[in-house]
Design a protein around this ligand. Structure first.
Ligand code: AMP
Ligand code: MG
Length: 472
């Protein structure tokens, strides 16, 4: 990247570096390299990179839900379960891109010159092959979006012409092929335009609409259970007693789940009490994914892991060397809930790794309860699983970069994702940390618009240095 040219446009494609590139990981915002073949057995507290990679490995094993056919606009944000092909050539004819005159470029070898007008073609007209043919010394008026008449091989812009009766004076030469797009040059009939596994954004919708697809096949949205735990929590409509806290995490998580393209199923608040917690976890495991918040730290009443262990959960990690969010937990339950409905599968080939993919296996994340930790760990770990369950292929974690406005001092040992404010335009974008009181400070997060990513081995980052940013 040339920093002077593109201050905040450096895209870091994380976690897919080939082995020979390991040294560049630090430059790109990653301080260690993980081999692609890391096995799905590690547990304990992992580096951010290992933890993320493990999630990605598991995400690669899951399958999206059933296919459904939706009206085009109901499918916005959904993931395509079918490929969309060009139904005809794009453009379907040599399409003028300017208003002006269709000409033979050779006729303009000497300018100015006078050409005879043989007709006019507006968008939607088909030039009459009997009358509207551009021969030597002739031109046809043409509008943007209209088909080029035969005999013409360029369009001269109207700004460079002066019509006079049956003739037009042309003051500027054009090259062959100028100001029109040749038939089929964007796509040939039958060519793949959108692949299966592509999320339908407005560009995809334009393509589906252009090929006449008023209904499209997409994957069902995954259902993601959101379960907040904690004796101190009350519903957001309640008036909290002095020591109580409104359950904001259920709502912020549901918002993140929805923004990731899934359906959030908010469960009732789970108390820090085994029986009720277990019943709600079991309920959550009937969804495609379970997100818990709270109860995963070292406190006496942090029961989430214990209850999951009672349910024979397999844990892949029980912490990541990050801040905020260190106590984050990732695991799965095989057939935790007797009689749980098996998730219907598409007709895809089974997993390439026998034994890893089990149709009844349900993944869960135990996200730390501190609201900022909940939000950060969702972005870093839960999102890729939701995307996989939605039918998306693996998406790289993308970082921008900006210059640091003022010096940062931190302790080493953890990779930090600190709420930060990116400001300025493209030419002078700079970032500074938001003032915050730690992982519970949602007011600071609301003032921020990104996270500055601080590597675990840096005590001090000076003003003016480039730092990676995770946008939100
Ligand atoms: P925990 O992870 O359960 O130890 O909780 C850490 C902190 O986050 C505590 O201050 C909790 O009160 C707070 N917290 C936990 N769950 C929620 C929630 N659902 N909404 C808002 N704050 C929460
Ligand atoms: Mg708690």
């Amino acid at each position: 990247m040339n920093p002077r040219e593109t201050p905040v446009s450096s895209v870091v494609r994380a976690l897919d570096f080939p082995v020979e590139n390991q040294n560049s990981c630090r430059d790109r915002g990653y301080d260690s390299f993980m081999p692609p073949s890391l096995s799905i057995t590690s547990a304990g507290v992992l580096s951010f990179e290992k933890a993320r990679h493990l999630v990605e490995e598991h995400a690669a094993q899951v399958r999206p839900g059933e296919v459904e056919t939706l009206d085009l606009l109901a499918a916005v944000g959904r993931v395509l379960a079918e490929a969309i092909l060009a139904d005809r050539d794009f453009p379907p004819f040599d399409r003028a891109t300017r208003d002006g005159y269709a000409v033979g470029a050779e006729d303009l070898a000497q300018i100015p010159t006078r050409l005879q007008i043989v007709g006019e073609i507006k968008a939607g007209d088909w030039p009459d092959p009997a009358t509207c043919v551009v021969a030597h010394g002739q031109a046809a008026g043409i509008m943007t979006g209209a088909p080029l008449p035969s005999g013409a091989d360029a369009v001269v812009m109207v700004e460079h012409t002066s019509p006079a009766g049956a003739f037009v004076e042309v003051r500027r030469a054009v090259s062959r092929g100028e100001n029109f797009v040749p038939r089929g040059s964007e796509a040939r009939a039958g060519q793949l335009l959108l692949d299966r596994g592509r999320r339908l954004d407005h560009a995809g919708i334009a393509i589906a609409a252009s090929v006449g697809r008023s209904r499209v096949q997409v994957f069902r949205k995954p259902r993601v259970a959101v379960l907040s735990t904690g004796d101190e929590l009350v519903g957001i409509d309640a008036t909290p007693a002095p020591a109580q806290i409104r359950n904001s995490n259920s709502y912020s998580l549901a918002a993140q789940v929805q923004a990731a393209g899934a359906e959030a199923v908010r469960l009732p608040i789970a108390p820090d009490e085994r029986t009720r917690l277990r019943a709600l976890i079991e309920e959550g495991l009937s969804c495609d994914l379970l997100l818990l918040t709270g109860g995963v730290s070292m406190g006496k009443y942090d029961l989430v892991e214990q209850v999951l262990a009672e349910l024979k959960a397999e844990f892949y990690f029980t912490g990541a060397e990050i801040q905020p969010g260190k106590p984050v937990v990732f695991g799965s339950c095989g057939s935790c809930r007797a009689g749980a409905p098996a998730r219907l599968l598409t007709s895809e080939a089974p997993s390439a790794r026998p034994g890893v993919f089990a149709p009844n296996k349900k993944y869960f994340f135990g996200l730390p309860g501190n609201p900022v930790s909940t939000m950060v760990t969702f972005e870093l770990f839960a999102r890729p699983m939701i995307e996989a369950l939605s039918g998306l292929p693996p998406q790289p974690l993308i970082f921008l970069r900006a210059r640091l406005k003022s010096e940062i001092r931190t302790k080493t040992g953890l990779k930090r994702f600190l709420p930060a404010v990116l400001s300025g335009g493209f030419e002078n974008a700079e970032v500074e940390l938001a003032r915050w009181q730690g992982s519970g400070d949602i007011a600071a997060l609301a003032r921020a618009n990104c996270y500055a990513v601080i590597p675990p081995d840096r005590e001090r980052i000076e003003a003016g240095e480039w730092v990676p940013l995770l946008m939100r």
